[in-house]
Design a protein around this ligand. Sequence first.
Ligand SMILES: NC(=O)c1ccc[n+]([C@@H]2O[C@H](COP(=O)([O-])OP(=O)(O)OC[C@H]3O[C@@H](n4cnc5c(N)ncnc54)[C@H](OP(=O)(O)O)[C@@H]3O)[C@@H](O)[C@H]2O)c1
Length: 337
Amino acid sequence: MTEMMKAVRIVGGELAYGEVPRPVPRAGELLVRVAATAVNRADLLQVQGLYPAPFDAPQDIPGLEYAGEVAAIGEGVPASDFSLGDRVFGLVGGGSYAEYVAVHHRAVARIPAAVTAPLTEVAAVPEAFLTAYDAIVTQGGLAAGDTLLIHAVGSGVGTAAAQIGHGLGAVVVGTARSPEKLERAKEYGLLHGIIPGGPSPSGPTPTFATAVLAATGGRGVDVALDLVGGAYVGETVAAMALGGRILLVGLTGGRTADVDLGALLRKRVRIHGTVLRSRPLEERIALHAVLERRIAPRLATGAYRPVVDAVLPLAEAAEAHRRIASNGTFGKVVLVP
Ligand SMILES: NC(=O)c1ccc[n+]([C@@H]2O[C@H](COP(=O)([O-])OP(=O)(O)OC[C@H]3O[C@@H](n4cnc5c(N)ncnc54)[C@H](OP(=O)(O)O)[C@@H]3O)[C@@H](O)[C@H]2O)c1
């Protein structure tokens, strides 16, 4: 008899809560009982049909991250690697808006016993902290004493990046369109908060380069985490130091940009585009090693703190999406099956 589970599916451009067959772990996979998952902007795009799941992920169940417990172990997983009940967290290509998700046994991270935060908070970590860490540290080479600019610093990824940058000993500068988010981000390592366009957030063109240069003694920033894109990119180039690196991660501000290429040349600035979801298995295994070895220990010490705006039942996923789309959230929105 097919075992069933509760899940949220995309049906005709809407989210529908109901029963679906529970996944059966294939060889090399673990079945994880999902204690909590969290919402990502990519989920909103997927519902609109604009961001299909990778071929090897469930096509109609959204959800890119989870925290939970090992509920079954597929054939071929080394017996010494996992036991039933082990606490794990990580990323998936889709399918975590559900009571259970199947994951490759190497593309998963253990939650250390010393992490005392509830799994509803731990579920807010994988996508935000891995996206930020991979961009600013692994690809951007952020080091102690550097300056870091984060756009949308009150977002899930932005609040993680502020903690990572601050923890590394970087000076953290950030933008957001509300003074409340900038104020709250200071608790997570933000030193200089800037509202683009000056005191009025309603101006059509974002301007922040002058303020960033002023905050960095005229030098500009070494690394910029751009979670907005669009018109922010040109201003970001103007805010960079010599040899600076821009990590372009989000495009809520638009897919095209007007950039002074002369400034890019003169300052030898590099722009890296990056995405986590579509990476091949080998790279996802490496990402989970970062989650387990670099991020989880700092969760245990409290150096990194999950930032949770709200926890909602999985059945209210549509309401969670509305909150994210409103741009009013600070940190992550978590869903509990
Ligand atoms: N490449 C990847 O692998 C990857 C992975 C994860 C996330 N992302 C992307 O990274 C971005 C942040 O993700 P998240 O989950 O952390 O987002 P989030 O928590 O939903 O926060 C996004 C924030 O961006 C700001 N924003 C939205 N539209 C804007 C606009 N037009 N101009 C300026 N600011 C705007 C809003 O804050 P304010 O109103 O305060 O400015 C909003 O709250 C998203 O674009 C997401 O798709 C990419």
